[in-house]
Design a protein around this ligand. Structure first.
Ligand code: 3HC
Ligand code: NAI
Length: 708
């Protein structure tokens, strides 16, 4: 017998005494309003229909349920609410069994926890990742999970947001059984029939007793609270999670649910939730560059890397880790040996930390091959050049690549600033040339700017995105200009920070204010980490073309002239006694800053931290707007992802453009106009910003139109 469908996204079918309820809502079976309605109707039918002995919940496609529908957050709520659905499932008078495959995350796991029995197959991913969206599990997860698996395990799961596989879920007690095959329907049905045959009773998680040891549970909660206060500084939802789990211990179940709801709504209303949800969608949107839709990637089976320095070695490690064979080219045997040693150092570090075995290192390095002859690159599908940042040197390298590489090989440069159109135009196959701008350390940092020159063929761009996927990088499409998206914007807010310093804020106050905003490091700490000499070289290179009217703060040059390049030289803006990596403020630097103020005829004034951030962010946002305006970034969200993944922008603020929308573009523009009174050349409002303010629009309005 087939019961009438409640909604297409949840189908019901009676199989003997079992009501098979299938959630079929692509792409990931998120719990949208129709799904919630369908589930409710299914449980009501199960209660009402005497022929039904049990209910089996299952997901169609690749997942059980990926959670609440994230797109509904921030919109007016639509009944029925998910917590009510979960309560209704749990209250069902017939056994409800959830059969889990693929993602059973967030609200998806909460539905499963409200069911009476759970089976999962290998490959299932269970978790409560709400914390990553600035939320807490809001459909009973904070109340049922600790009752089922104990406070400590529940807190670990909910605070980390990590996914656990079927084996670990079984060990934790989240599920009752693991299926022996990956046929989720067959496994689920077999389990239900077994339960029916055994007259298994309805068994409600709300009555589970894993919190029975009250003292141990309270201790776990106290420890989690202390650790969370330290480790999740600046984040809103983690401490709310601890409060909610504490309610599971302190309050009766129904009261605890009310507490959870109250805390969930506070998180839902927080700007952090808006920032984190924006980040979630933005990091998926960046994958949808026009070329990835219009073209197929070329083959990517073997890689070449030119240069074994900081970047070449890091890129080689990223590729080796992804299982790709790498051929490295260096200038001579000694440089090649150094390149190889750079790579080995990374793996030796992992071995020392117990995160890699010597055998694994050997197996990984077996994919590495070094040469001083370009002819060794004849077979590779893609080459990444990471030699000195000098156009002539790079052109010479590309001439060699043009000579030796097979037709169709992708020829990429990791240049930070140079004109890739000029590099492409210098060889016979400009359509194969692209920018792949990695960030240091290249085996760790997630961002990959895919820099698209004029003449490049679309399938080369698609190949770059495919490489990013293989290397587990987050690609952002960028156009050619000095610094592409990230470094171009960086140059501008660095200049704003320099001006603030010369006008009266100390570098230490600026760094502290930027850290308090949520960045892991301030701009002057970053200079010390990267090496002051790198920026110095760039400034000298640009000196000839710099607008003589533009303000130029010389403080950093004064430090470099003394050989104070930062961590590597033991001092920069900070002192690094005996190789220490966390610097201490240096009174001599403050004296140099003072002297420079005098030289420039500036009477120092004081800035509040808020004033510092307003200038820092206004500079970043304004240049971000220029980058979008000029088409260097496809959309504002591409700027956001660049800063989230390459520059330590706090994820809970969503990125600079999202942050601007949340502050309000009129406020940002008013700030820029106010700052322009002091330095009109630097603070020129971006035409895009002005236009958006005039139209009453925001950056978000541009995020969905780029390839419509
Ligand atoms: N709601 C709405 N859309 C979702 C979604 C969700 N929960 N999860 C994924 N999507 C969308 C993605 O945006 C993407 O859309 P697009 O194709 O238009 O870009 C599409 O589904 C496919 O997603 P992925 O590209 O991420 O697919 P993968 O196969 O790589 O990964 C996944 C699948 C592991 C399920 C991953 O999408 C994921 O982690 N999703 C989010 C899980 C999550 O955070 N759940 C908790 C939600 S909050 C909650 O449940 C609150 C509750 O406690 C009340
Ligand atoms: P590096 O100086 O550490 O390494 C450069 C390497 O290239 C040296 O080992 C050198 O021997 C080798 N080399 C030079 N000419 C060569 C040639 N003709 N053939 C083969 N090898 C040659 O420099 P780094 O920092 O690795 O930078 C490399 C490139 O990556 C530059 O274009 C730089 O702008 C860019 N980049 C650097 C970042 C960083 O943080 N260091 C970040 C992103 C990009």
């Amino acid at each position: 017998m087939t019961l009438p469908l409640s909604a297409d996204v949840v189908t019901r079918e009676l199989r003997g005494k079992v009501l098979l309820v299938t959630i079929d809502h692509p792409p990931v079976n998120a719990l949208s309003a129709d799904v919630r309605r369908g589930l409710l109707a299914a449980i009501e039918a199960a209660d009402a229909e005497p022929a039904i002995g049990a209910v089996l919940l299952i997901g169609a496609g690749r997942n059980f349920i990926a959670g609440a529908d994230i797109r509904e957050f921030g919109k007016p709520p639509v009944a029925p609410a998910l917590p009510d659905i979960c309560n209704r499932i749990e209250a069902c008078s017939k056994p409800v069994i959830a059969a889990l495959h693929g993602a059973a995350l967030g609200g998806g796991l909460e539905v499963a926890l409200a069911a009476h029995y759970r089976i999962a197959v290998d490959g299932a991913k269970l978790g409560l990742p709400e914390v990553q969206l600035g939320l807490l599990p809001g459909a009973g997860g904070t109340q049922r999970t600790p009752r089922l698996i104990g406070a400590q395990a529940a807190l670990d799961l909910i605070l980390s947001g990590r996914h656990v596989g079927a084996q670990e879920a079984l060990a934790l007690g989240l599920i009752d059984r693991i299926g022996t095959s990956d046929d989720i329907l067959a496994e689920g049905l077999a389990y239900v029939h077994e339960l029916l045959a055994a007259h298994a009773p309805v068994r409600r998680t709300r009555d589970a007793a894993a919190l029975a040891d009250r003292a141990a549970s309270a201790a776990a909660i106290a420890t989690a609270r202390a650790q969370t206060a330290k480790q999740s500084r600046g984040l809103f939802s983690p401490l709310k999670i601890v409060d909610a789990v504490e309610a599971a211990l302190e309050q009766p179940f129904d009261e605890g649910l009310k507490t959870e709801r109250k805390l969930f709504l506070q998180c839902l209303d927080s700007p952090q939730r808006a920032g984190l949800v924006h980040a979630f969608f933005a990091e998926r949107e960046v994958l949808k560059a026009p070329e990835t839709r219009d073209a197929k990637p070329r083959a990517l089976n073997a890689l070449g890397v030119i240069g074994g320095g900081t970047m070449g070695a890091g890129i080689a490690v990223a590729a080796l880790d992804a299982g790709l064979p790498v051929t490295m080219i260096e200038r001579d045997g000694a440089a090649l040996a150094r390149g190889r040693a750079h790579i080995e150092k990374v793996y030796d570090g992992l071995i020392a930390k117990g995160r890699m075995s010597a055998e694994k290192k050997a197996a990984t390095l077996a994919r590495w091959n070094g040469s001083t002859s370009y002819d060794a690159l004849a077979h590779v599908d893609l080459v990444i050049e990471a030699v000195f940042e000098d156009l002539d040197v790079k052109k010479a390298v590309f001439a060699e690549l043009d000579r030796v590489c097979k037709p169709g090989a992708v020829l990429a440069t990791n240049t930070s600033y140079l004109d890739i159109d000029a590099i492409a135009a210098s060889i016979s196959r400009p359509a194969d040339v692209i920018g792949l701008h990695f960030f240091s350390p290249a085996n760790i940092m997630k961002l990959l700017e895919v820099v698209v020159p004029k003449q490049v063929s679309v399938d080369v761009v698609a190949t770059a995105f495919e490489l990013a996927k293989k290397l587990r990088k987050t690609p952002v499409r960028a156009g050619v200009c000095d610094g592409f998206i990230g470094n171009r914007v960086l140059a501008v807010y660095r200049a704003a920070a320099d001006a603030l310093m010369e006008d009266g804020a100390s570098p230490y106050q600026i760094d502290a204010a930027v850290r308090a905003f949520g960045f892991p490091m301030g701009p002057f700490q970053v200079v010390d980490l990267a090496g002051g000499d790198i920026g110095w070289a760039a400034r000298k290179r640009r000196a000839a073309t710099r607008d003589p009217q533009a303000r130029y703060v010389q403080i950093a040059d004064r430090l470099c002239e003394r050989g104070w390049f930062g961590q590597k030289s033991g001092r920069g803006f900070y002192l690094y006694p005996e190789g220490s990596r966390s610097g201490t403020p240096d009174p001599e630097v403050e004296a140099i800053v003072d002297a420079e103020r005098q030289r420039a005829g500036i009477t120092p004034r004081s800035f509040t931290d808020d004033e510092i951030i307003r200038r820092y962010m206004a500079a970043m946002i304004n240049e971000g707007a220029n980058v979008v305006h000029e088409g260097i970034a496809l959309r504002p969200l591409d700027v956001d992802v660049t800063f989230l993944y390459g520059y330590g922008f706090p994820r809970y603020r969503g990125g600079p453009m999202k942050y601007a929308d949340m502050v309000g573009l009129p406020t940002i523009l008013a700030d820029i106009r106010a700052f322009a009174k002091e330095d009109p050349l630097f603070w020129r409002p971006s035409p895009l910003l002005v236009d958006l303010v005039e139209r009453g629009a925001d950056f978000a309005s541009l995020n969905h139109t780029a390839h419509a």
